[in-house]
Design a protein around this ligand. Structure first.
Ligand code: CP3
Length: 345
């Protein structure tokens, strides 16, 4: 790997560049005035159908801030839509029907990735062509469990009881669902990589609801299939789990190059319980950015200190709050850059 490769990719390869990579989950979205202005004219669904608009939104945060990576503007759920389930945002996602039986599973259409997901793939190609060579483009897919949450529930939930009940009540159908979703997410991730994404983040936003034994036996195998398939194609993988604390050791078994953790655990303790040199991503509480500048600075420094000299991608512990002030993000990035510049106070 050349020193000029994007710093994010250097960290994913286990190196520790002098300038630490930073990007923010949900950086392409409603906290940006230019995104809100665009949304007055276009619905979210329209943005998802237009590679020109989607690539513009992908690049919006990098025009304003010194971020090291762009993340593809699309949504986790376009994959389920490609399987033939109608999808609406009201504003949370709502699926036209859900999978409750083997017969429902049969109704899902096999995906022709290049045809059915042409928009995000064209978006990736456009962004990679425009993006500076020292910046990374991150593609993403939903983890099988998180996709499964929506597939059986049809809309958001706090506890995702339906998928958990399916796992205990009809393990055979549950495993068939996981296997199908892992295969589809793998094909989509591989296609994103071929289209120009430098790395793939697997979002497991909701697997934190799984009991540890369930996580190991019923969440991990499908994840391994997805992560190893991507890695075999030479694509670096970040595995983000919201609610990572109880599953840290199991997360290592996914084989991901970097583990993304939420804000509820101490990053130094996470490092201590993981193999040496395994890169971590995270983990500022997103609501810190709703606080005073001095608080942003001290909390960011607390994380920088805790990450120490281990390979680290600075990020939030989950997505940016749409109400985050622009100045707060600027303050955060200034703090990170000053620290790596060698002047930590
Ligand atoms: O900036 C980025 O991170 C890239 C874009 C991105 C979106 N969705 C755009 C979006 C990413 C990475 C996602 C992933 C996603 N989508 C996840 C996993 C990440 C996470 O937060 O845990 C999930 C669970 C979804 C499903 C989803 N999409 C929900 C629950 C919602 C409604 C809640 C919300 O934040 O409004 C969406 C809509 C959505 N996806 C928006 C954006 C910018 C808001 C649409 C709008 O109103 O403009």
């Amino acid at each position: 790997m050349k020193p000029l490769d994007p710093v994010l990719l250097q960290v994913l390869a286990g190196r520790r560049p002098t300038c630490r990579p930073v990007w923010l989950m949900r950086q392409a979205g409603r906290f940006l005035p230019e995104y809100r202005e665009l949304r007055e004219r276009k619905s979210f669904a329209e943005l998802l159908r237009d590679p020109e608009l989607a690539s513009d939104v992908t690049l919006m945060p990098l025009r304003r801030f010194d971020l090291d990576a762009a993340i593809l503007f699309t949504d986790l759920l376009v994959l389920l839509e490609a399987m033939g389930i109608p999808l609406a945002y009201t504003p949370g996602p709502e699926l036209g029907w859900t999978v409750e039986s083997a017969a429902d599973l049969e109704r899902l259409r096999p995906i022709d990735t290049e045809r059915d997901l042409a928009v995000p793939l064209a978006t990736a190609a456009r962004v990679r062509a425009e993006l500076a060579s020292d910046k990374a483009l991150i593609g993403f897919v939903g983890a099988p469990f998180t996709l499964g949450c929506y597939l059986v529930e049809g809309k958001g939930s706090k506890t995702w009881n339906k998928l958990r009940a399916l796992a205990w009540g009809d393990p055979e159908l549950y495993l068939a669902v996981m296997d199908l979703l892992a295969g589809a997410a793998l094909d989509f991730g591989l296609a994103q990589h071929r289209a120009g994404c430098d790395a793939i983040q697997v979002f497991d936003s909701w697997a934190g609801v799984a009991e540890p034994g369930m996580f190991r036996r019923l969440v991990l195998p499908a994840l391994e299939k997805l992560v190893l398939g991507l890695k075999r194609a030479g694509c670096p993988v970040i595995y983000f789990l919201n609610g990572a604390a109880p599953q840290l050791e199991t997360m290592v078994e996914t084989g991901a190059d970097c583990l993304g953790i939420d804000w509820r655990l101490d990053i130094a303790r996470a490092h201590a319980s993981l193999p040496e040199g395994l890169p971590l991503q995270g983990n500022l509480d997103p609501t810190v950015l709703l606080g005073a500048p001095a608080m942003i600075e001290s909390e960011a420094r607390r994380i920088l200190r805790a990450a120490g000299d281990r390979p680290h991608v600075f990020n939030l512990g989950h997505g940016l709050d749409p109400g985050t002030p622009l100045e707060a993000v600027q303050k955060l990035i200034d703090t990170i850059r000053a620290w790596d510049g060698g002047s930590p106070a």
